[in-house]
Design a protein around this ligand. Sequence first.
Ligand code: S3P
Length: 440
Amino acid sequence: MQRSSHYVVQPVTVTAGVIRVPGDKSISHRTLMLGGIAEGVTEARGFLESEDCLATMKAMRALGVRIEQTGPQEVRVHGVGLRGLKAAGHALDMGNSGTAMRLMTGLLAGQSFSSELIGDASLMKRPMERAAAPLRLMGATIETTDGRPPVRISGSRGLSGIRYESPVASAQVKSAVLLGGLYASGPTTVIEPAVTRDHTERMLLSFGCRLDTAHSEVRLTPPVRLEACAFDVPGDFSSAAFFMVGGSIGGGRGLTIKGVGVNPTRTGLLDILALMGADLKVVNHRSAGAEPVADIEVRPARLRGIHVPEHLVPLAIDEFPALFVAAACADGETVVTGAEELRVKESDRIAVMAEGLEALGVECEVLPDGIRIQGRPSDAAFSGGEIDSHGDHRIAMSFSVASLRSQAAIRILDVANVATSFPDFPGVARAAGLDVRVGQ
Ligand code: S3P
């Protein structure tokens, strides 16, 4: 897809069908990183072949890991062992992915060789000190430029374990510290201000590590080795989120989304939509490796505005762009607070969503740490018009779903980055009943 591409999304009124979304992005990144330093061959089915995960794949290959793509969404990672990575000899380009850059900073902090991490224009503006600072406390030598990439990591003579009270509720920070902790001389403990996604912890356990977890505290005992394993990657809850909102605000029979990861540290949107009156059912529970999986059935419902409880914010952190679209279709006002992290995602998601909602005729007020959205609970909450996604994949997909309540077509600019998380979004969206066309 060319970098300048756009979507034209025509108004539709109903959703119907059974869909699947691609594999979980967080789990796919971690599969490559942990599989790469394990002993033996790690096999994963349902792997997400998106630009973000392919950037991690390229980086791990440059560090000496053989990774085979054995079929669609299937990888075999030939682990080189905890001490087997080799210097890449060039800067590692993490593309658009904050997760890749922050987790790789942790993984590389304990290596005996030096590394440099760079990324695209959006990533080069994002804060990296949040991961670098605790790793420095462990003894790593890491340079950022005014807190931003490039991240330069010097070869290390060994790290020490720390007890780190993170000031920010971030799974990326927690994971960077734990990955550094794999190379530490003693245990590493991370205490979070709020619970965040725990995929790293679950996967470390699957690879045979010792972890002790209590509510928002995790302690890693440095392992002698990681043991390769095989698992299925569940569908990405964050990709399913667009269709949970679409199925709620559209008419018709609604949607069933099969095989979605429902790890409770990811499913805050289910709780938020339930508070708004949505009709969502999580059925057919099973597990994929260490992760819970289920099918999600969503039926149209009349939504009402709420003040989103702040404790749900970290559990729904990537779902707010989609949620804002739901809020714009609800009865009354929706208020989100305690969500300042949204300002440092792939775009400033508070400002960019507000700009887009206003372009479609929705009244909203930007708050320092959130937004206030005045819902328009009619069949045509949105006027149609042109949206600039500012290269943010989740903004582009969220406004596509707005076409279920739009009076006219919505043109969404700068959508190429949808491929960072959901390469076939237009195809899956069409299967759900949306009319998304890609233009250059
Ligand atoms: C992620 C953690 C979250 C999330 C990101 C993926 C991860 O970021 O927004 O898309 O895989 O650990 P923060 O931990 O910085 O909130």
